[in-house]
Design a protein around this ligand. Structure first.
Ligand code: GMT
Length: 372
């Protein structure tokens, strides 16, 4: 099959998922064409079946806001026509679904039918998409897609609640390549972070408000009072300065590190004992699934799709959003004994296997096949 994939090329979960999907499809001998404004961060290897087409947005003095969506539709048309694509799979509705609709209509005038599959990822529905500056276009373009998928049952239900969708939304869960996260911990790395054998807690996100990174700091503070620990903050974003301020206020600077955006998450997770994700909302929580694949249990909120991956009391614990005391008590419960930690680690790794790449990618292939 010749598949066009449109996504955000950044560290965000939707772009990571789309890139990993494209790589997996290429490994299965499909021809994959990425159409994005930058090389996707996870597209870091050569594969003869992968092509990358950069969307170029022309600037002009008249344009206070260069029209990216128009440039994207034009790039889609170019790639569809010149590479005889069989279908377009767009990840994150804004503006990819409406740009794809425009491209579909353009190639239709040339006698070409291009099926469009839209995968909804979360904030394109629950946060940004529902804003009235976007909502009518989002609802329309989702309804115009030939197939719609959501990354969790929760996101499917939220989409039906928020928009007048008159089509079936199929749930295809996010996935992880479990084998990639089976890494032996690098002892020297662990020693640098936790020289006295402290437990290592980790949080990874885009540090947006929805992630509640200040809760992470407060949870860590409580845990560290009872169990000597270190905290790694992976990623970057708007709430990082506030998180740094709070760390100083709580005298935690010696116990945590902001390591920035990292491509080698598997090395960090290999030395980690607990992943903290207290988000206000999470359609799925791909970063948490990657942690579980590395055998790292999860302390999370119970928001959105998190209950679909985190089994309370088994792979970790869940608490209501903002329940810092509950989350820190649960973290201590997991970390207080080696035996308990080992049990949770094993359960997390087993649960991640349900979402292994080999179980999920065939579901996308089956969906594609319906349109050929
Ligand atoms: O988490 C973010 O804010 C980034 C966003 C994205 O599109 O990159 O993540 C969303 O998609 C991920 C992949 O499907 C999901 O794992 C995240 O849970 C989801 N984020 C939210 O729903 C807040």
């Amino acid at each position: 099959m010749r598949i066009g994939i449109v996504c955000y090329p950044t560290f965000g979960g939707s772009g990571v998922l789309a890139t990993e999907l494209g790589k997996a499809l290429a490994d299965k001998d499909h021809q994959v064409h990425f159409i994005t404004y930058q090389q996707p961060v996870r597209l870091n290897e050569f594969n003869a079946n992968i092509f990358y087409h950069e969307v170029r947005v022309t600037t002009y003095p008249l344009f206070d806001f260069p029209p990216y969506e128009t440039a994207l539709s034009s790039a889609m048309v170019d790639v569809i026509v010149n590479n005889q694509l069989d279908l377009l799979h767009v990840h994150y509705a804004i503006p990819h679904a409406s740009a794809a609709y425009m491209a579909k209509k353009i190639v239709e005038t040339q006698g070409r039918n291009i099926p469009v599959i839209t995968t909804l990822h979360g904030t394109d529905i629950t946060l940004v998409g529902r804003d009235k500056t976007f909502a009518p276009v989002v609802a329309f373009s989702i309804n115009q897609s030939d197939a719609i998928t959501a990354v969790s049952k929760n996101l499917r239900d939220e989409t039906y609640n928020i928009f007048p969708i008159n089509k079936e939304i199929e749930v295809i869960y996010n996935f992880v390549d479990v084998s990639r996260f089976h890494k032996k911990p690098i002892d020297a790395f662990r020693k640098v972070i936790a020289p006295n054998g402290e437990r290592i807690l980790v949080h990874a996100s885009n540090f947006r408000k929805i992630k509640r990174v200040l809760d992470v700091v407060r949870i860590f503070d409580e845990v560290n009072k009872k169990i000597p620990s270190k905290l790694l903050f992976v990623g970057d974003g708007p709430d990082r300065p506030a998180a740094e301020d709070l760390c100083r206020e709580l005298n935690l600077c010696d116990h945590l590190r902001f390591v920035g955006k990292q491509e080698q998450m598997e090395d960090i997770l290999a030395v980690s004992d607990l992943f903290i994700l207290p988000s206000e909302y999470e359609s799925f929580g791909l970063a948490a699934l990657e942690a579980m694949a590395a055998g790292v249990p999860l302390i999370s909120s119970d928001a959105g799709g998190l209950p679909e991956i985190n089994i309370n009391g088994h792979t970790g614990y869940m608490s209501p959003v903002g329940d810092i005391q509950g989350m820190s008590n649960n973290a201590v419960e997991i970390l207080h004994s080696d035996a308990v930690l080992k049990k949770f680690k094993a359960h997390a790794a087993t649960q991640a296997k349900k979402f292994d790449i080999h179980n999920i990618v065939p579901q996308y292939e089956a969906l594609y096949n319906r349109f050929l």
